[in-house]
Design a protein around this ligand. Structure first.
Ligand SMILES: NC(=O)c1ccc[n+]([C@@H]2O[C@H](COP(=O)([O-])OP(=O)(O)OC[C@H]3O[C@@H](n4cnc5c(N)ncnc54)[C@H](OP(=O)(O)O)[C@@H]3O)[C@@H](O)[C@H]2O)c1
Length: 309
């Protein structure tokens, strides 16, 4: 089958022929209709995580997939050949930018009927990250105040909507050009991160969701109330600061989770979670799509339409 691969750390993204993944008892094979890109794909390709997540080459890129089940493993229940599904594949199955992807049933959910495959592929990794940060780690509840940094990105656009669905009051940091967009997603307070210092604008919040690390994360402690929660998907080692400010701190890597993805699918079906698509590329242009992702200014998600062209 054809897949978007790299064959060495820091190597280019290329379309190559690779073996079709073998079906496993706990997995399904999916004819991929669409995939989405995530910064982790480029981070892995650069080799920054090679000690933590060693890769074999050629490595097929991508985790987020939407498509149709073509084969079912012996132990799989609850899904059948022909089902339209989406998922964030586990690390050992990674390879979404391919004609066929293998996904464990534990990562799988039925695609919301009111979305296209290109829209559905935008949800899994970013949406699960947002859910796990806000709910599992942050414990965000109805009526609480949350600051979501980088509200215009792949994770941020979904996090704003999930927080609003939970009943929270949402502040977010974006560039001025994206202020109207995040307001349309439900943000209550919009802070221009290039012109304003967010610590001058808000105080005594219950939860902050950080995706930048560094100074942004360290300053975020200042806007939390005592007993609040700082959740980061970028920074580490701030236990001292957490103690000083009397708040909790969590840093984590998101996990695939089919049950949580099914909850997100229900939000999409009822219209409280809308995919936000920056741009859509044909499979042949996967390298260009990854170049765009690397610029770091996507508004929502970058998608590969495997059936275009
Ligand atoms: N630990 C985990 O499990 C996990 C999971 C998912 C993502 N992540 C990490 O989380 C980060 C966000 O992921 P993503 O998919 O949302 O990335 P993304 O879509 O590429 O993020 C791009 C967006 O971030 C905005 N942005 C950048 N710096 C900002 C700042 N200082 N303040 C406010 N907005 C800023 C940009 O806005 P402008 O163009 O206006 O600058 C752009 O809209 C990445 O570093 C990723 O690696 C970690």
């Amino acid at each position: 089958m054809k897949a978007a691969v790299f064959t060495a750390y820091a190597g280019p993204v290329e379309i190559a022929n690779v073996p079709t993944p073998a079906l496993a008892p706990d997995s399904v094979l999916i004819e991929v209709h669409a995939a989405s890109l995530n910064p982790i794909d480029n981070i892995l390709r650069a080799g920054y995580l090679k000690d933590m997540i060693p890769l074999t080459f050629p490595h097929v890129m991508g985790y987020d997939v939407s498509g149709i089940i073509t084969a079912i493993g012996a132990d799989v229940t609850g899904f059948k050949v022909g089902d339209a599904v989406f998922a964030r594949a586990h690390q050992e199955d990674a390879g979404a930018l391919a004609e066929v992807a293998r996904v464990k049933v534990s990562a799988l959910a039925l695609k919301p009927a009111n979305t296209s495959h290109t829209e559905a592929a935008s949800i899994p990794l970013a949406g699960l990250t947002a859910w796990q940060a806000l709910v599992d780690k942050g414990g965000l509840k109805d009526g609480q105040q949350v600051l979501i940094h980088a509200g215009s990105g792949g994770v941020g656009t979904l996090a704003i909507q999930i927080a609003k669905d939970l009943g929270a009051f949402v502040a977010t940091t974006v560039s001025a050009r994206n202020a109207d967009m995040v307001t349309s997603l439900g943000a209550d307070v919009v802070i221009d991160y290039k012109e304003q210092d967010f610590t001058d604008v808000i105080a005594d919040y219950d939860v902050v969701f950080d995706m930048s690390g560094g100074a942004v994360m360290q300053d975020s402690f200042k806007v939390l109330k005592k007993g609040g929660h700082l959740v980061s998907i970028k920074g580490q080692d701030t236990d001292e600061l957490a103690k000083k400010y009397g708040v909790s701190f969590d840093w984590f890597f998101m996990e695939p989770n089919g049950a949580q993805l099914t909850m997100l699918a229900e939000m999409v079906t009822k219209g409280t979670l809308k995919p936000v698509i920056d741009s859509t590329f044909a499979f042949a242009d996967a390298a260009k799509a990854y170049d765009k992702l690397a610029e770091g200014h996507a508004v929502g998600k970058i998608i590969i339409d495997m059936k275009a062209g």
